[in-house]
Design a protein around this ligand. Sequence first.
Ligand code: C5P
Length: 222
Amino acid sequence: MSIDKCKLRIAVDGGAATGKSTISRLVAKKLGIKYINTGQMYRLFAFVSIKNNSLNDEKTLFNFLKKQNITFDEKGNIHSEKIKFNLKDLEQEAISKKSSIIASMPLIRSLATEIQIKIGKEKGVLLEGRDIGTVIMPDADFKFFIKVKPEIAAKRRFDQLKNIKDVSYESILEEIKKRNLRDENRKIAPLKPLKDSIIIDSSYQSIDEIVDFFIKEIESAK
Ligand code: C5P
């Protein structure tokens, strides 16, 4: 295939702590296309619901969120002129857990899906998440699906966090397994590879090796 890299539309999906955000950012940079981390949207929704006790049922939260003009900015980061947050806030463990619970709510998902489908129609984008290949960009030029052994993902996360805060390997492992189980088994847009997904296991490969693999797959496509 003679490819115009700047016009590619790429879908990347995978479970928790697979390394997919780091890999996706690097791949998009190498190709010179925009990178969107769709999980940030569910994380922002979770942040809002944790901060506002009154937004504890799905309909109330939905009605609030739809008025907040939530979108992704030019750099591909989640943005809202009305909600005060910084991106670091969204990485907390409590947010990871809540975002996965919120992501299984149909009304909330419909809001995120509508915004992301619009962005996924642009040329020169890489979207990363759980339902990109299945729902957001089923006609993407490439669909990648990243897997990892939960024990290895938990060890990597534990090594990143152990000097920053008091965490245990076991609790991280349990949280990763729970989140994946919820994301894979929800009724709407469950996390799963497709027949035409390019599946890669990141358990025993470095980030650089996987990025190279992605680029080779893209460049060698006929
Ligand atoms: O990718 P990340 O871990 O930041 O995503 C947080 C949560 O958001 C996931 O556990 C998942 O439940 C949800 N999510 C989703 N669909 C996406 C992206 C994320 O359901 N496209």
